[in-house]
Design a protein around this ligand. Structure first.
Ligand SMILES: NC(=O)c1ccc[n+]([C@@H]2O[C@H](COP(=O)([O-])OP(=O)(O)OC[C@H]3O[C@@H](n4cnc5c(N)ncnc54)[C@H](OP(=O)(O)O)[C@@H]3O)[C@@H](O)[C@H]2O)c1
Length: 254
């Protein structure tokens, strides 16, 4: 049965592999047999991820990329195709958040979150998707958030982008079938650099403990199974789906 989740011989392009969830995803995908192309802007951190994979006997390459730079996205995808002949799996994980009340938020700030958390995923899915469609194989996994289900004060750009990403996932599924699937993961609160301010807030911690059936923050490990499911052949008949991984945060009224 383990073969069902295997990524042996698969080439995976993973954005945001330098730290946080992306770093753990890179190690997970490599442990399942994939060659992981670790994309992001901070080359030093990407090299550290690739080295960590190498030490465990896995395969990884550093792929410097600002996902908001359309020309760079096109160029990197073409470079990868020339080198590896294919991208089997695209994990759109990179993302940013900006915390400010709507009345104080300049349009450019809102726009920058939409550019990084939604427009970039569209560009990558389009450029990579073209090759996947031609090869008649592909798995696209978009990392959304429980903020695609709930609203929350001070993160309007993030909430709008993550809702949009769930919609984009459905449309990718509609246009890319039958051989290319597109699904999303909506993680709850997982401890990373993205949410240090919340980790340090006593009231937020108390709320999270009460609101989740798991009574705790998530860890990057909690996403490993869902990620391997959607990146592998185990999910061949799933597409357009958003898998919520939140310890029960959005399903219970506590
Ligand atoms: N942590 C959570 O609780 C949580 C919950 C729900 C959803 N998520 C989502 O999960 C994803 C990863 O979050 P995280 O917590 O791991 O965040 P993180 O620790 O802040 O890491 C963000 C990653 O995105 C990359 N990135 C940001 N802007 C980029 C750009 N323009 N081009 C290329 N790479 C870029 C960063 O690398 P560089 O800065 O080096 O480029 C970094 O690797 C995000 O989409 C986030 O919205 C997180």
């Amino acid at each position: 049965m383990a073969d069902l989740f295997s990524l042996k011989k698969r080439v995976v392009l993973l954005t945001g592999a330098s730290r946080g969830l992306g770093r753990d995803m890179a190690l997970t995908l490599a442990a399942a047999g994939a060659t992981v192309l670790c994309a992001g802007r901070t080359v030093k951190e990407l090299e550290a991820t690739a080295r960590a994979i190498g030490r465990k006997g896995g395969k990884a390459e550093v792929t410097p990329l600002d996902i908001t730079d359309e020309a760079a996205v096109r160029e990197q995808v073409e470079t990868i195709i020339r080198r590896h002949r294919r991208i089997d799996v695209l994990i759109n994980n990179a993302g940013i958040i900006y915390r400010q009340d709507i009345v104080d938020t300049p349009t450019d700030t809102f726009r920058s979150v939409i550019e990084t958390d939604l427009v970039a995923q569209f560009m990558l899915a389009r450029e990579v998707g073209r090759h996947m469609l031609a090869r008649q194989y592909g798995r696209i996994v978009n990392i959304s958030s429980v903020m695609a289900i709930l609203g929350r004060a001070s993160v309007a750009g993030y909430v709008a982008a993550k809702h949009g990403l769930v919609g984009l996932t459905k449309n990718l599924a509609a246009e890319f079938g039958p051989h290319v699937t597109a699904n999303a993961i909506a993680p709850g609160y997982i401890r990373t650099e993205l949410n240090v301010a919340l980790q340090q807030s006593k009231p937020f911690n108390a709320m999270l403990e009460q609101r989740t059936a798991a009574h705790r923050w998530g860890t990057p490990h909690d996403l490993r199974g869902p990620l391997l499911l959607l990146a592998s052949d185990a999910s061949a008949y799933m597409t357009g789906h958003t898998l919520v991984v939140d310890g029960g945060l959005t399903t219970i009224l506590a």
